[in-house]
Design a protein around this ligand. Structure first.
Ligand code: NAD
Ligand code: LMR
Length: 298
């Protein structure tokens, strides 16, 4: 009936417009650290992504509850929870994209480098398992300090003989998200239309928002650009201080992580012109790793 047809049309997810669900390939996404402050909302957002067919939620604790909860949502992906090192291999097997928000967050007064000692070990172990169980997966590294965890991951993969520089990404999307929000507020333009490249790294002054290249163009004074730059560079600290000992950005990070993972899935699926800024192995400067715009090429 026509009523049924129109209901079906309405029920079609916006992201799938233009092609039927049958033409969307199966994709498994694993989240490591899925029961954490970022992990949980990221699990939710990945469950809402129609490009995901299987969602593996891994953590050292509490994943059965998170997986049962998220798994009741009536979207495409099948959700499974995995807890503890014994189940890490199963969580990773056949993954196309692995997102890593595992590790400790900052407290007021700390720098991201203060997390190195604990998080370097966590990332090393998780990447060793990735090399073993899903060596071809795309890795999205969220754990801090990103400027160090990405090179650590690269070394682990090199040692295992599985390194593919095109598949290792430090997630700096939150810097882009912040730069867009702050620019739109100052320039008084529609935030949904704003683009701001952010290059460099993911800590303090290594975060370099290029407001000169921001669109839509706005005639901002030099001091406005300086203030926007500083606010973007200090965005993480702003949240750490506001949370007053209860951790760092989780919700905005989950949003940013979901955007970046979606770009990876689109790139894998052959969607043309997918471009995001990300901290990657690089020849743009003399530094071995540098965040810049990265276009997907299969
Ligand atoms: P959190 O403490 O709330 O959650 C971390 C989770 O990791 C916990 O559930 C913990 O059990 C888990 N975990 C610890 N060791 C693990 C292991 N070996 N394997 C799997 N899981 C393990 O912290 P959070 O707020 O979610 O932050 C996580 C990390 O993300 C921190 O390092 C933080 O600095 C970083 N972060 C990065 C960005 C970015 O822009 N890249 C933004 C925000 C936070
Ligand atoms: C952020 O930018 O919010 C994260 O890197 C977390 C932090 O420690 O600031």
């Amino acid at each position: 009936s026509s009523v049924l047809r129109s209901v079906k049309t309405l029920a079609k997810p916006a992201g799938a417009r233009g092609y039927s669900s049958e033409s969307v390939p199966d994709r498994k996404v694993a989240v490591l650290g899925a029961a954490g402050g970022i992990g949980q909302p990221l699990a939710l957002l990945m469950k809402l992504n129609p490009l995901v067919s299987r969602l593996a939620l891994y953590d050292i604790a509490n994943t059965p509850g998170v997986a049962a909860d998220v798994g009741h949502i009536n979207t495409r992906s099948e959700v499974a929870g995995y807890m503890g090192n014994d189940q890490l291999g199963q969580a990773l097997e056949d993954s196309d994209v692995v997102i890593i928000p595992a590790g400790v967050p900052r407290k007021p007064g700390m720098t991201r480098d203060d997390l190195f000692n604990i998080n370097a070990g966590i990332v090393k172990d998780l990447c060793s398992a990735i090399a073993k169980y899903c060596p071809n997966a795309i890795v999205n590294m969220i754990s801090n300090p990103v400027n160090s965890t990405v090179p650590i991951a690269a070394e682990v993969f090199k040692k295992a003989g599985t390194y593919n520089e095109k598949k290792l990404f430090g997630v700096t999307t939150l810097d882009v998200v912040r730069a867009k929000t702050f620019y739109a507020g100052k320039a008084n333009v529609n935030v949904a239309e704003v683009n701001v490249p952010v290059v460099g790294g993911h800590a303090g002054i290594t975060i370099l928002p290029l407001f000169s290249q921001a669109t839509p163009k706005a005639n901002l004074a030099d001091e406005d650009i300086k203030a926007l730059t500083k606010r973007t560079q200090d965005g993480g600290t702003e949240v750490v201080e506001a949370k007053a000992g209860k951790g760092s950005a989780t919700l905005s990070m989950a949003y940013a992580g979901a955007i970046f993972a979606d770009a990876c899935l689109k790139g894998l699926n052959g969607v043309p012109d997918v471009v995001e800024c990300s901290f990657v192995q690089s020849t743009v400067t003399e530094l071995p790793f540098f965040a810049s715009k990265r276009a997907w090429k299969n």
